[in-house]
Design a protein around this ligand. Structure first.
Ligand code: BGC
Length: 957
């Protein structure tokens, strides 16, 4: 999209350049402090498997106008060497650069298992050196296949592949263990573990780490992640036990809508990748005397399926029989003679089956396949993030108790119960209640989402929470209790990928504040191992259309650099032979045509966003060939530089009353992808490609104008979505922008200022209104409470973003329960505009190294229905540090407090027609205003170049 212009577009361009450059402070004390050291986007990661890990930091300063002019990194092989300032692995020397990362390690070659300790110091613009930062670390993973001596092991499984697609097949979790002896003092112990299926590891009687659903979801036939844990403190002298509990997870459990539509082996919807879970673990113990002992999974391990998790499935839930707990199984106290010998997974033999998927069936084999690639887990894992206390209990029928947690989220419930041995307590989960108070579960489709707890009968009471499932819910229905439970007998536990939350947003409209909270909760609920579409029903897939719409908002709300680094690999892995990117990634089975326009463009839009927000050139290089293949595919289906109807026809999904033709959408997305790939090609030096993609874009733009733009500047496809996509992708010829913009606004107003847009059209609608000079209308849409609008959902009780604008109404109840998620992030993509245009925070170029602060207050009285927003307070702790923008508008003044992180600069736009009235810190801006330089005055804005620090601007309006 072209840069937006403020309402008055005739720029007077006075160019009031002051004759001084940005004033910097230069007293001799440390100007800058490097903090928040990250390696591969994480803090002190273990098991990094990229040979040149990327390092980055943030800068702090209590002075204004601080830029970094140089850095020096030391990487040492021991903490002692680092403390003595010896970078025996890498001493970068002083490198003249303002970048605080990501910087690729460029020292001695790194090999498997190396421990690396590092620190950095920086020089300011005035040439003052900082102190060394605190030290940080990373360790290398297992880089070569030969580093693995462990084997995949399984429990012997003689059972046939189920054949009945109508009933549940829910095998118990498997417990694996092995005893070993430690006689010498331990220097360090590292566990590398993975599974086909999901695992929890135990060493020395204790759970290892706090990762849930390890090792995550990949196409296990090709690739699997492994986790690395430091378990030094968990090894005891003498006899020890290493163990694991392994459940089906995505490997052999129910996945997506497989059961609903009859996909998978024998149409059963499960066992998508294999029949029986497999475990591989390698515990490397380094003794103080320098010797190393390695404990590996092999047939000497013992295994049983007689543990308490009788069922353990993501979609269906867990059935936990506490009477079957294997007390002491993770310690030496258990006699495991009744357990079986584990076998090599390959020895489970063959399970030939017919695999069914959309319009297709083929013969395959569910036998164990060792994934060719073992990759270190490179994202923040799923963890327990927060505990939520219920706000009320209701009882719609005798013995039925429903807890209301007050918030829709993804996770599990922990329950405290008392009762007889064998008593069964059932937990059902739902996002909503029916109007008569019953739990609403129709929208879960085939996701049973029941957890069962069978009591052991402890008179002191017992507590249960599941390990191998999660649900999307606000309400928990409990049955099977002897008496009414109390509020504190149940706690909600929020689970998601532990991507740090970085944003705040508040303004004068309480509904918009709630909207922001709802967007963040929906992101949290769906960023669980992959960007899912929803956490509750039998889907939870990485739908690519949703992902590309939302990815930029995601980067405003959380640090998702590592999360997307991982998912971009999953995305590329799912790419079809013909270059198309499927409708979802990972891609367990084909659905419909498998891919569709705008969904497949996630293969370019998502890497581009990560490249842009995090200055991530590696993501571009890594996925460059895949992106080119995708563009080749686009060229193969395009005709005369116009898009065509191909693949699935999701189009502007869930639009209202207006359908935008697929070939139109395909054309604009083709142009958009060409433009983004051209930028990325240039950035990595592939300038010939860059020129080619730019030329392609121009040709598409010309073909678009010819086919879709009339002589009087209207579009032949007369839908709101057609207009906003054309503007957003910058395809409206300059001379027709005014007419096309007017037509679009007319259409909008003819509908009473209401949207008809679906997933594709809603993301750009407010940005486009702002860019065509109708920002007041954009704010009016944001603040609307009329159907369809964000306010309408909130008035009807939303605590998350709904899949449909009318998923539920207080008068009409539920709409289309079969496809009606109450936690779908796509319409939440409006949040990007809230930060960029309302708060005014954006990166200028790549990586937030230079910022744009351009808050756009709406005109007082411009909204006939509501008091317009007259203040905003927002912040993001972005890739280069904390950015804040808070403004307040009165009838005749505009105040802005802005914080720019050390090491960066910003262009700050103050809306005013009287540039002379602008003050900073209560004083007119002049040569003595530290950190501020006047750049330009237009007829609507005074523009300043501002260094790091906090500034308080005030202007007359
Ligand atoms: C998903 C969507 C997805 C769509 C494809 C739905 O079932 O929940 O979010 O993009 O299918 O049209």
């Amino acid at each position: 999209m072209t840069r937006r212009r403020f309402a008055s577009t005739i720029c007077i361009c006075l160019f009031v350049f002051s004759c001084f450059s940005l004033t910097v402070v230069s007293d001799a004390s440390a100007d800058l402090a490097p903090v928040s050291l990250h390696c591969e986007y994480r803090v002190d990661p273990l098991g990094v498997d990229t040979p040149e890990p990327r390092l980055s930091w943030k800068l702090e300063s209590d002075k204004r106008g601080q830029l970094q002019s140089a850095w020096q990194i030391l990487v040492a092989s021991s903490p002692e060497k680092l403390a003595a300032d010896q970078g025996d692995l890498w001493d970068s020397g002083r490198v003249e650069s303002s970048s605080a990362g990501p910087i690729e390690y460029a020292g001695k070659p790194l090999t498997s298992r190396m421990q690396c300790y590092w620190k950095v110091r920086v020089w300011s613009g005035a040439g003052n050196s900082s102190d060394w930062s605190s030290s940080a670390s990373w360790s290398m993973g297992l880089l070569e296949p030969a580093d693995w001596s462990a084997r995949f092991i399984s429990m012997r499984d003689d059972s046939p592949v189920p054949t009945n697609p109508k009933t549940h097949h829910l095998p118990p979790a498997k417990y694996f263990r092995k005893q070993f002896n430690v006689e010498k003092p331990v220097q360090r112990a590292t566990l590398y573990s993975t599974s086909l299926g999901i695992n929890e590891m135990y060493v020395g009687g204790k759970r290892v780490g706090d990762v849930m659903f390890a090792p995550g979801w990949t196409d296990y036939r090709k690739r699997v992640y492994y986790n690395t844990f430091d378990v030094t403190d968990q090894i005891d002298k003498g006899e020890n036990v290493i163990g694991a509990i392994v459940a089906d997870g995505w490997y052999s459990g129910y996945v997506g809508f497989g059961m609903l539509v009859g996909y998978g082996p024998n149409k059963i919807g499960r066992n998508i990748y294999g029949k029986s879970p497999c475990l591989m673990a390698q515990l490397e113990i380094e003794y103080e005397d320098g010797t190393i002992e390695t404990i590996i999974t092999d047939p000497s391990w013992r295994v049983t399926d007689k543990g308490p998790e009788r069922q353990a499935d993501f979609l269906m839930g867990e059935y936990y029989d506490a009477r079957m707990e294997l007390t002491g199984w993770e310690t030496t106290s258990l006699d495991d003679s009744s357990w079986q010998e584990a076998i090599l997974s390959a020895d489970n033999g063959d399970w030939p089956v017919t695999f069914y998927e959309s319009g297709n069936k083929y013969e395959t084999n569910l036998a164990f396949i060792r994934p060719a690639t073992l990759q270190s887990y490179c994202s923040q894992p799923v963890r327990e993030i927060e505990r939520i206390e219920p706000i009320e209990i209701t009882s719609p029928a005798e013995g039925v108790y429903i807890y209301n947690l007050g918030q829709n989220f993804s996770g599990i419930a922990e329950i405290k119960v008392k009762g007889k041995p064998g008593q069964v307590v059932r937990l059902r989960f739902g996002e909503m209640l029916h109007q008569d108070g019953r739990l609403m579960v129709e929208n879960l489709r085939k996701a049973r989402a029941h957890d069962y707890y069978v009591l052991r009968g402890d008179p002191k009471g017992e507590t249960y929470k599941p390990r191998f499932t999660f649900h999307g819910f606000q309400f928990v229905e409990v049955t099977g209790l002897d008496e009414k439970p109390s509020l504190d007998d149940l706690t909600g536990i929020v689970l998601h990928s532990d991507t740090p939350l970085i944003s705040t947003f508040e303004c004068s409209d309480p509904m918009v504040n709630k909207l922001f909270q709802n967007v963040v909760w929906t992101q949290r609920s769906n960023f669980l191992e992959l960007p899912t579409d929803c956490p509750q029903r039998d889907e939870r897939m990485g739908w690519t259309g949703d992902a590309q719409i939302y990815v930029r908002t995601a980067t405003y709300n959380a640090d998702v650099a590592a999360f997307y680094t991982k998912w971009l690999d999953d995305l590329e892995e799912s790419q079809f032979e013909n270059g198309a990117i499927p409708g979802y990634a990972p891609y367990p089975f084909k659905h419909g045509a498998g891919y569709g326009t705008a969904w497949l463009d996630a293969g370019i839009i998502c890497p581009h966003t990560i490249f842009q927000v995090y200055d991530d050139l590696r993501a571009v290089r890594r996925h460059y060939d895949s992106m080119k293949r995708l563009m080749d595919f686009r060229a193969s289906v395009g005709k005369d530089y116009l898009g065509t109807v191909h693949g699935a026809s999701w189009g502007d999904w869930l639009s209202i009353d207006e359908k935008t033709p697929i070939d139109y959408i395909d054309t604009v997305y083709w142009a958009y992808s060409a433009q983004l790939l051209a930028e990325m090609a240039d950035a990595i030096g592939e300038t010939d490609d860059g020129a080619e993609y730019r030329a392609l874009r121009e040709k598409i733009k010309a073909a678009f104008a010819k086919k879709y733009v009339t002589a009087d500047g209207k579009l032949t496809v007369d839908t709101q979505t057609a207009y906003v996509l054309a503007f957003f992708m910058d395809l409206v010829p300059e001379e027709h922008r005014k007419a096309a913009g007017d037509r679009f606004v007319k259409k909008l107003m003819e509908r009473g200022c209401r949207m008809t847009t679906g997933f594709l059209g809603t993301r750009p609608i407010l940005p486009v209104l702002t860019s065509i000079g109708r920002h007041d209308l954009a704010v009016r849409l944001l603040q609307s409470h009329e159907y369809p609008s964000w306010g309408y959902e909130i008035d009807n009780g939303a605590t998350t973003i709904w899949e449909r604008w009318n998923s539920y109404t207080r008068e009409g109840g539920f709409h289309s329960p079969g496809m009606n998620s109450f936690s779908h992030y796509s319409f939440g993509a409006v949040c990007e505009w809230m930060f960029r245009s309302l708060a005014g925070i954006d990166t200028d170029g790549r990586g937030f190294k230079r910022l744009t602060i351009r808050p756009l207050p709406p005109t007082p009285g411009s909204n006939p229905d509501h008091k317009v927003i007259d203040w905003v307070r927002a912040s993001i702790n972005g890739p280069t540090g904390l950015v804040k923008s808070s403004w307040r508008r009165t009838a005749d003044s505009f105040e802005l407090e802005v914080t720019i992180p050390a090491g960066t600069e910003a262009t700050v736009y103050i809306p005013t027609v009287d540039a002379k009235s602008v003050t900073e810190g209560g004083k007119p801006i002049g040569a003595d205003t530290v950190g501020v330089r006047s750049v330009e005055v237009t007829d609507g804005e005074a523009i300043y170049s501002v260094g790091s620090g906090t500034y308080r601007f005030k202007a007359s309006l």
